[in-house]
Design a protein around this ligand. Structure first.
Ligand code: SAM
Ligand code: SF4
Length: 331
């Protein structure tokens, strides 16, 4: 590797989350407001620009790329992009993955597998059609379940992400764990993070994962795993089913010291941390600066990566930690 990306705290950056669109066909209550305004097309990176960003990172030693959004599968040309980035698998890139709400997965599963994607993360907060509709507001459960089944038949590994929401899906923690175990899916629970202004107060929905763990431990034996991915998740094995469960607890635990990742928004802003404002704008460089300008922007970015975030959800009515939503930054 010519010049790996190493930040000011000695952390090597090997993982990029690349948001391919800010648009989404759902309006999950914890993620974006119902009247979310989406960006004009000219502000969003073209497929060629997204590909150039991916290549620039791979050339600097990034081995894992996750395509995300907004909803990545509503971006026109997404399969083309995945296929082009997928050609670098085995040539610097070790893994290409995707995070999706699953609504379009039935159409795309085969194509994603053909592009070299081996695993997808599907966000699924409820297996109850009315609760699912209440959380996603524009979503329907059935096509998502069809999409998940299609991913499984296409040979894709499926990991389910479930945001734990007080008073919404608390009673679905055990059924979801059971269903995922039956289906052979790993499952990760996520705490809501204070990102972006939404309609309701986040303290009303905040369910600490210590509580989720307590619910699970009443039924199952959880055995901690040493596995780390450089991200916020901590894993356990369910002794009774063999299933792997993850817990993403940015609020109750700090996970920043081993952070290996950065995020690029659909407009080409490179954010060094999900919970801080440090950024480098790549779009103008892509449009007028050329490959060297892009490459030196990555060096500038390394110097800016902060030590960590300072999320807290403690006071009612307190403003979000950062104003942009997860769908903006690329979750
Ligand atoms: N639309 C795709 C999806 O839902 O999987 C990809 C983008 S979405 C922003 C990525 C992940 O972020 C989802 O699992 C979603 O549940 C999670 N997410 C969004 N806003 C969040 C928040 N405020 N706190 C915690 N997780 C959040
Ligand atoms: Fe869309 Fe994903 Fe945000 Fe839900 S979490 S509104 S599916 S971007």
């Amino acid at each position: 590797m010519a010049r790996p990306l190493i930040d000011g705290f000695g952390r090597r950056i090997t993982y990029v989350r690349l948001s391919v669109t800010d648009r989404c066909d759902f309006r999950c209550a914890y993620c974006m407001p119902l009247d979310q305004q989406f960006l004009p097309k000219r502000d969003v990176l073209t497929l060629e620009e997204l590909e150039s960003v991916a290549m620039a990172f791979i050339d600097r030693g990034v081995t894992r790329i996750r395509l995300t959004g907004g909803e990545p599968l509503v971006r026109k040309g997404i399969l083309d992009l995945a296929t082009r980035i997928g050609r670098r698998l085995g040539h610097g890139l070790q893994e290409l993955t995707l995070t999706t709400n699953g609504s379009q997965l039935a159409r795309f599963a085969e194509g994603l597998a053909a592009a070299g994607i081996r695993r997808v993360n599907v966000s699924l907060d409820s297996l109850d059609p009315s609760c699912f509709a209440a959380i996603t507001r524009k979503g329907r459960l059935e096509p998502v379940l069809e999409g998940i089944a299609a991913a499984k038949s296409a040979g894709l590994g499926v990991k389910i992400n479930m945001v734990a929401l007080k008073g919404m899906n608390e009673d679905e923690i055990l059924p979801m764990a059971q269903w995922c175990a039956e289906q052979g899916f790993d499952l990760t629970f996520i705490e809501t993070m204070p990102l972006g202004l939404i309609e309701e107060d986040r303290t009303d929905r905040y369910l600490p994962l210590t509580e989720v763990r307590r619910l699970l431990e009443a039924r199952f034996t959880l055995s901690p795993l040493a596995e780390r991915t450089g991200g916020p998740a901590r894993y356990v094995r369910v002794v009774e089913t063999g299933q792997k469960l993850g817990f993403i607890t940015p609020l109750t635990h700090n996970f920043c010291e081993s952070c290996n990742r950065v995020r690029v928004t659909a407009t080409g802003t490179l954010f060094m941390c999900l919970g801080q404002e440090d950024r480098v704008e790549l779009r103008d460089l892509l449009r007028s600066g050329g490959p060297e300008a892009l490459d030196s922007a990555l060096d500038r970015a390394m110097a800016l990566k902060p030590r960590g975030h300072d999320f807290v959800i403690e006071r009612r009515g307190s403003p979000p930690a950062v104003a942009r939503t997860m769908s903006m930054t690329g979750g």
